[in-house]
Design a protein around this ligand. Structure first.
Ligand code: DGT
Ligand code: CA
Ligand code: CA
Ligand code: ZN
Length: 571
């Protein structure tokens, strides 16, 4: 669970260093933060087992950073970070949460307008001082005000991908206690919602006091809000709260159902129970005074006349009605994906070789992996031009012959230009197995223009997949606007798939969009956008997103064999 804490610290160090114009170290720290975000194993465990040597084996971790990690794991702090923070007059953490504001702008805003925090920023933007500032302007001021408003709506919520490893460690630890019977996450975490307000855990135990004692003294807890035999509440270092409730065995299913929610789903369920002359609460389903169900969720649902409903579907958006008619979709399972459709290597802004990515995909039991390095004019991401792309194709052919048991497909993530044209020539794209196209600039265009732009890309016969179709970044960018209906229909007509980007702060498309795509009859892919082998593990988050969007395996192209996957794009 130290991964999250360290990643946050390293991102901030990167921002501080960039403000100090130490770009080289800034990039090194931000790279490591990204690796930590997708690192499957706890950094504390890695260190405990293999010491500093094992730390250095983590991608992007060199001597200096390994030392910082070691310092943190031993002492709980990093001196240089504290120094940088103390030296900095501004609240970098809060300000960088505003879309379009990076370390360089923060520096200018501070030097020219004395902006130290969000409140200052909002104040100067409101009175027009940013519009007058060189390098900013009226449009930029308007965007900043919009971004501040957006940042406010997401306050106090955490990314599922950042929270999940911590939850799993806590649950795994408690599970091992002899006093704990059953244990599960509940709430939004269990529903795999992309952001989480707080973590809800539920357990059964013969000795709740002992369990609670253990829970409130877990490492990484900074505050104990409450401690009692049935409920305790704590805050973890990452800033999020976690409740643990202990219930009786006979009620575990009912309590799990109740505390998994969501609230709207529960309300409708209770109404349904009442209609049947039953009572439903967190202790069970009752017929007059008799409990007729409660031990498992399944029997709770059955008692009120419903099939079991997967947690990801419990949002009161039609799942109960569908359940009553026995028309719930058989949603895609967590083991159904057979290939990776979007990832980056050290040819662009990834950190590892094609070979390393392919081997990692093989380890995940995939049949194939599509290598999709940035191609086009993305200078920062070290994007490939036509010459390098052709060279990479030859390289992939060569590596493909050396590694067995996994098919490495040639692809790229090509930029969609402002007018919908692509940043790589068609005759080069035509040589690739899979072309992923994405918008990476000019997000602020009108809905009409963006619709035209995407339409042109979708209609290009070389384009197979549209990457992160809405461009949103959770808690940072709302995403651009376009005519969803029109685009999804065009995707179906042109056999262009739409991506569910599994990267933990994208999860783009959103659940509601996925349902709309399926209704339009278009196909989806789930791609992680991994920049290192660990990043491939984010697939789980993308699958969760697909499940929340009611997707079945036949809606998701990479749930099929490599043959079917490639055949679909034959246009
Ligand atoms: P979050 O924490 O904002 O990400 O979302 P949840 O869904 O985890 O919500 P939370 O932590 O407030 O409550 C956990 C579950 O407890 C929730 O999903 C459903 C249940 N619950 C909470 N408050 C109520 C309520 O007033 N009525 C009903 N029926 N259920 C509730
Ligand atoms: Ca919660
Ligand atoms: Ca809660
Ligand atoms: Zn992209």
């Amino acid at each position: 669970m130290k991964n999250l804490e360290l990643s946050q610290i390293f991102s901030q160090m990167s921002e501080f260093l960039e403000m100090k114009e130490d770009g080289f170290r800034a990039r090194a720290y931000s790279r490591v933060a990204r690796v930590l975000d997708s690192l499957e194993r706890d950094i504390g465990d890695i260190y405990r087992e293999g010491g500093a040597k094992a730390l250095k084996e983590i991608p992007s971790v060199g001597q200096g950073i390994a030392e910082k990690m070691e310092e943190y794991l031993k002492t709980g702090k990093i001196k240089e970070y504290q120094k940088l923070k103390k030296e900095s007059p501004v609240d970098v953490e809060a300000l960088t949460k505003v879309e379009g504001i990076g370390p360089k702008k923060i520096k200018t805003l501070y030097q020219k307008l004395g902006v130290r925090n969000l409140k200052d920023l909002e104040k100067v933007a409101r009175v027009g001082e940013i519009a007058a500032l060189e390098g900013f302007g009226a449009k930029s001021e308007k965007n900043i005000l919009q971004a501040i408003a957006f940042a406010k709506t997401s306050k106090g919520r955490f990314l599922l991908g950042a929270i999940l490893p911590v939850v799993r460690e806590v649950v795994g630890g408690l599970e091992k206690l002899p006093e704990v019977g059953q244990i599960s996450a509940a709430g939004s975490v269990r529903r795999m919602k992309e952001t989480v307000g707080d973590v809800d855990l539920l357990a059964t135990s013969s000795q709740p006091d002992k369990v609670m004692e253990h829970f409130v003294s877990l490492p990484g807890i900074v505050k104990v809000w409450a401690k009692g035999p049935t409920k305790s509440s704590v805050r973890f270092k990452g800033g999020f709260d976690c409740d643990l409730r202990v219930v009786k065995r006979v009620s575990f299913g009912a309590a799990l159902q109740y505390f998994t929610g969501n609230k709207e789903h529960n309300i409708l369920l209770r109404r349904l129970a009442i209609k049947k002359g039953l009572k439903l609460n967190e202790y069970g389903v009752y017929k007059r005074k008799t409990r007729i169900a409660g031990r498992t969720e399944k029997e709770v649902y059955q008692a009120i006349g419903l099939p079991y409903i997967e947690p990801e579907l419990r949002t009161n958006t039609g799942e109960i009605e569908a359940g009553l008619k026995n028309e719930l979709p058989k949603i895609i399972g967590y083991d159904d994906i057979k290939g990776e459709t979007q990832c980056h290597t050290d040819w662009s802004d990834g950190t590892e070789t094609i070979e390393a990515m392919a081997k990692a995909a093989k380890k995940m039991d995939y049949q194939y992996i599509v290598i999709t390095d940035h191609a086009g004019f993305l200078k920062i991401a070290n994007g490939l031009d036509e010459k390098r792309l052709l060279r990479q194709m030859r390289e992939i052919d060569k590596i493909g012959k050396e590694i067995s048991g996994i098919k490495i497909l040639k692809g790229c993530e090509v930029d969609i230009k402002m007018d919908g044209g692509l940043a790589i020539k068609d005759e080069v794209l035509a040589k690739l197995d899979v072309v992923v196209a994405g918008v990476h600039s000019g997000f602020k265009m009108s809905k009409t223009d963006m619709t035209k732009r995407l339409l042109r890309a979708i209609e290009n016969p070389n384009v197979d997949i549209i990457a992160h179709p809405t461009g949103r970044i959770i808690q940072k960018r709302e995403g651009y606007f376009f005519d969803f209906g029109k685009i999804f229909q065009a995707a179906k007509r042109n056999k262009t798939a739409l991506e569910i980007n599994a990267y933990f702060n994208r999860l783009d498309l959103r659940d509601i969009d996925i349902r709309q795509v399926i209704a339009a009859g278009a196909k989806l892919t789930i791609g992680t956008d991994a920049h290192n082998p660990q990043g491939l593990k984010m697939m789980e988050l993308g699958i969760a997103q697909a499940r929340r969007g009611w997707a079945t395996p036949k809606d998701i192209l990479n749930a099929g064999t490599v043959k079917d996957f490639l055949n679909f794009f034959e246009k």
